[in-house]
Design a binder for this molecule. Structure first.
Ligand SMILES: Cc1cc2nc3c(=O)[nH]c(=O)nc-3n(C[C@H](O)[C@H](O)[C@H](O)COP(=O)(O)OP(=O)(O)OC[C@H]3O[C@@H](n4cnc5c(N)ncnc54)[C@H](O)[C@@H]3O)c2cc1C
Length: 362
């Protein structure tokens, strides 16, 4: 068996490490000059979205022998709507860094891989398919899945982010659910450290939303500055438009495996995709090593995606005022329990409750 992995990101590297543990040495092809050679941003893993796995970093090391060090555990999350705010406490998840940084998740995974990573790769999928018995598509986009007619695109999103300087609590993340600043989307602040944070707005590309990111940023940034009572000077910026979110029809077609965002790792509700990215990589390796079937193993991820799209569609039926009502209710003891209790699968419960409402609207 000769396995090629196209893309040295979260899913591709998790796949490679798992294959190696079972005695298979894959060839890894990365188009960039090194692992993680892209803009730096802070990301989060929220237990809320990975349940029933509550601590996905512990689970990764205990069950799969892969070790990741986040920036910090999240002990506090403040959620703002237009007029309301709720503060959640507990063991809520982790923050981590991505991209061109020594401690980025992909750099950490890269250091655990022993197989050769061919950088500056210009190999196409077709070339790899001709030279290898199996190809794992881990390119972080859905281009090949779309080209192979194996992808259902549900939406695209636009994202604008900046690195800001200031004084932050590394154990706290902040989220803004206010449609005046992020129509049908959200804003968030994730600290890199006590002195630096990532400030982002992400909105779905909908005909009815105001898509002028510069205008939205001009509303969002002063709001965050006022909340922190700090200037928060910007030291770096990035912008992404038309980022596709969808899911493949089949995780495995012939001897090709679709993993990470090629599979549909990025969850439509709030764009979380890291956990599903590395799990699909691991599951593809399990299938290749004959210890499971990829389609069966990925079924819970597929179900999470479908639950998540229900939440996304419900977001599109809400207004800033209804978000105020939701956030006010989350301030109640049962609201906080729903979000923070390790034993509740909040995504599943919320999508179950909202499904009839979405059907009625559509
Ligand atoms: C701005 C932003 C913020 C996000 N925030 C969060 C968050 O807070 N929490 C969360 O869980 N998720 C978040 N996500 C989603 C998460 O980052 C992705 O779902 C996850 O990284 C997908 O992993 P992957 O392995 O599919 O792709 P990646 O980790 O992106 O890896 C893909 C790799 O393939 C390489 N590649 C691409 N094309 C080729 C080619 N033709 N040949 C060879 N190599 C190629 C790339 O250079 C890259 O190294 C965010 C995404 C974005 C864009």
């Amino acid at each position: 068996m000769k396995v090629a992995i196209m893309g040295a990101g979260l899913s591709g590297l998790a796949c490679a490490i798992t294959l190696e543990k079972h005695g298979v040495t894959p060839a890894i092809f990365e188009k960039r000059s090194s692992v993680g050679d892209r803009f730096v941003n802070a990301e989060a893993l929220l237990s809320l979205f990975t349940r029933p796995v509550n601590d996905c970093i512990a689970s990764l090391s205990e069950h799969h022998g892969i070790f990741l060090h986040p920036i910090a555990s999240i002990a506090k999350m403040t959620v703002y709507s237009k007029h309301e705010k709720v503060v959640l406490d507990g063991q809520l998840g982790f923050t981590n860094v991505r991209g061109r940084e020594k401690h980025s998740f992909e750099a950490q995974l890269g250091r655990q891989v022993r197989s050769k990573i061919h950088v500056h790769s210009e190999k196409t999928y077709e070339e790899l398919l001709a030279d290898y018995t199996h190809v794992v598509l881990a390119t972080g986009d859905s281009d090949y899945a779309k080209k192979n007619r194996n992808f259902r695109e549900d939406l695209t999103v636009s994202i604008k982010g900046a690195t800001v300087e200031g004084r932050f609590d590394p154990y706290e993340v902040k989220v803004w659910l206010d449609y005046e600043i992020a129509p049908f989307g959200y804003g968030y602040l994730i600290p890199f450290s006590e002195k630096e944070a990532n400030l982002v707005i992400a909105i779905p590309d909908l005909p009815e939303s105001n898509m002028d990111m510069e205008f939205l940023w001009s509303l969002y940034y002063p709001k965050v500055q006022a909340e922190f009572q700090q200037e928060l000077p910007i030291t770096d910026q990035f912008q992404i438009t038309g980022y596709p979110i969808g899911i493949c029809h089949s995780g495995r077609v012939g001897n090709t495996f679709y993993v990470g965002n090629n599979f549909g790792a990025m969850m439509p509700f709030m764009g979380f995709g890291q956990y599903a990215a590395w799990m699909t990589g691991i599951y593809a390796a399990h299938d290749l090593c004959g210890i499971g079937h990829y389609e069966d193993l990925t079924q819970p991820i597929r179900q999470s995606y479908e639950n998540s799209i229900v939440l996304r569609r419900s977001m599109e039926h809400l207004s800033s005022e209804s978000l105020d009502v939701i956030v006010r209710n989350l301030n109640s003891p049962w609201g906080k329990k729903l979000l923070t209790s390790p034993s509740l699968n909040t995504l599943k419960i919320a999508s179950y409750l909202l499904r009839p409402f979405i059907r009625q609207k559509s």
